[in-house]
Design a binder for this molecule. Structure first.
Ligand code: SF4
Length: 365
């Protein structure tokens, strides 16, 4: 198939927006579609899609940014481990500024903690080899997308006989979070823009419960503006027809069964467990815990810490933002006390955070 010219893309985008508008005319309420992926949030804002849609079609962001849904107590634990003289923390860079209840990893680093930025969990293996006298702890935060690489790191460490590499795990699973949202009476949504990267791993079948149990449409979506508009068109069409199907607008890379190899790696190392999500609370079987066979790589089993459950910062409405109940603009701190250079809550810290996207792209509509 020949690629479209920019002009053809613009024409198609206009036609899709017009069709969405035409279908929305008959709606008896404001239609709300939720994306549950931080990369979608950024793509939507960058392309200005919110402003292109009719007044009665609204895009809201859900709990799709892994840093944002990680509660304070996880950060408090990470900081406590970092402050020990016998540890090295390895982490993705976006975790450094995330506030815990009192401080951040950035502050711990400034005070002398050995915290190193890595681009893959696998980089932690070399750090562990180079520092045999230290406990090297990787902060394993992410969704189904990153869990296979964290699992591969543990498997490689075991195979190479590395005994000083550990995970502080806060891996999370998207489908149970969607279920929790739909069970929440405060959350109102008419369809989901389903996450593309996560679906590459999980496949589309894991989302069937949305239609079967909640009569909720969902479209697995890529990250180009046209793919997102096409997904919105498909969601609108389903809503107009009174239908609820899981459709796939990212078929070039997403298949019904996902990636068997990636799922196998994750399953070898991890098992589902209850997990706490910022703003949502504990969700049954929404996280991943290391299996008994890999307990020697779990820092929380080796050196358990008694850290109280985290609470939102006073005034921060990140928890409601992550459920699409309020927009960042409804937070009194947005753009005043809370800006990217001085973030109060994690939704402003991460580049994929909803508050950060609203701030960077002129606050949307
Ligand atoms: Fe929290 Fe800042 Fe977002 Fe307000 S603007 S909800 S304080 S992260």
């Amino acid at each position: 198939m020949t690629a479209m010219t920019k002009e053809e893309e613009r024409e198609l985008a206009k036609r899709l927006v017009a069709e969405i508008g035409r279908m929305a005319e008959g709606a008896d309420h404001k239609l709300r579609f939720m994306e549950v992926c931080g990369t979608h949030t950024v793509a939507i804002f960058r392309a200005g899609l919110r402003q292109m849609l009719p007044e009665n079609v609204e895009l809201v962001s859900g709990p799709g940014c892994p840093v944002c849904v990680t509660p304070d107590d996880y950060m408090d634990k990470a900081i406590a481990y970092a402050k020990r003289s016998d540890t090295i923390i390895t982490t993705f860079g976006d975790m450094l500024k995330v506030p815990g209840s009192k401080s951040s990893l950035m502050e711990a680093k400034a005070e002398g903690a050995d915290i190193r930025i890595v681009y893959s969990p696998l980089d932690s293996i070399q750090v562990a080899k180079d520092n045999p006298e230290k406990k090297v702890i990787f902060l394993a935060v992410g969704f189904e997308t990153t869990a296979p690489t964290a699992a591969a790191t543990v498997l490689a460490a075991k195979q190479q006989g590395i005994v000083n590499l550990y995970m502080l795990s806060a891996q999370k699973l998207v489908p149970p979070a969607l279920r929790a949202l739909l069970d929440d009476p405060d959350v109102r949504v008419d369809g989901f823009i389903l996450p593309g990267h996560v679906s590459v791993i999980t496949g589309t079948e894991v989302f069937q419960f949305l239609t079967e149990e909640y009569h909720m449409p969902g479209v697995v979506t890529g990250f180009e503006p046209l793919q997102i508009l096409r997904s919105l068109y498909r969601l609108m069409k389903q809503v107009t027809e009174g239908a609820a199907r899981i459709e796939n607008e990212y078929g070039s890379v997403v298949h019904a069964g996902g990636s068997p190899a990636a799922k196998h790696a994750t399953d070898l190392v991890y098992e589902p467990a209850d997990a706490a999500w910022r703003g949502i609370g504990a969700i049954p079987l929404s996280g991943l815990r290391m299996r008994e066979a890999f307990k020697d790589y779990d820092i929380e089993r080796l050196l358990p810490l008694d850290v109280p459950m985290g609470k939102n910062k006073p005034g921060c409405r990140c928890g409601e933002v992550l459920r699409g109940i309020v927009t960042p603009k409804e937070c009194p701190l947005f753009g005043k006390a809370c800006v990217p250079t001085h973030a109060i809550g994690p939704c402003m810290v991460s580049v994929e955070g909803v508050c950060a996207a609203w701030y960077k792209y002129g606050q949307g509509r």
